[in-house]
Design a protein around this ligand. Structure first.
Ligand code: THU
Length: 160
């Protein structure tokens, strides 16, 4: 018997002001995307923006449905569009901003498990890390240098 310790390293920025300029520009795109969120049921709006290696920026927001499970998170809306539209272009980083319409969300909101699994697929496909930056409506911004860093013990194609 042995124990295995799994660690994740995150960088925490105290505010948007600390972000590198290019990351700030991507976060602004995520904010723009969030404004297009369709979230009449949860009243929780999320925006995501992905920078591609060809300098294109792909944006997505959560899209809800009266049949709740038919809706989709912002991160997957964005990454599936990027995968569908630019199948051979590497994804460099994703910025995510999320918050409730009913209260101020000032803690960083990480992508949900299903989104992590979906982002992992593309990270593995391109064999290059996808950086993630996520935040609430205001306050701290968290950076993960890769998706793998947020999803240890990932289920991937090697098991199939
Ligand atoms: N949501 C996202 O867009 N991304 C996440 O990672 C977590 C949750 C959305 C789904 C739903 O529309 C709302 O937030 C509340 O769960």
């Amino acid at each position: 018997m042995k124990e295995i310790k799994i660690e994740s390293l995150l960088t925490v920025y105290d505010s948007l002001d600390e972000l590198p300029k290019d990351v700030m520009a991507l976060m602004e795109k995520a904010m723009e995307a969030r404004n297009k969120s369709y979230a009449p049921y949860s009243n929780f709006s999320v925006g995501a923006a992905i920078l591609l290696e060809n300098n294109e920026i792909v944006m997505g927001s959560n899209q809800e449905n009266a049949s709740y499970p038919s809706g989709l998170c912002a991160e997957r809306t964005a990454i599936f569009y990027a995968g569908a539209q630019y199948p051979d272009v590497t994804m460099v980083r994703m910025a995510i901003i999320a918050g409730s319409k009913k209260k101020v969300t000032d803690t960083p909101i990480p992508p949900c498990g299903a989104c992590r699994q979906s982002i992992a697929e593309y990270e593995i496909k391109q064999n290059k890390p996808i950086e993630l930056y996520f935040m609430g409506e205001k306050g701290k911004v968290v950076k993960s240098h890769s998706l793998a860093n947020l999803l240890p013990l990932v289920f991937d194609k090697t098991f199939l």
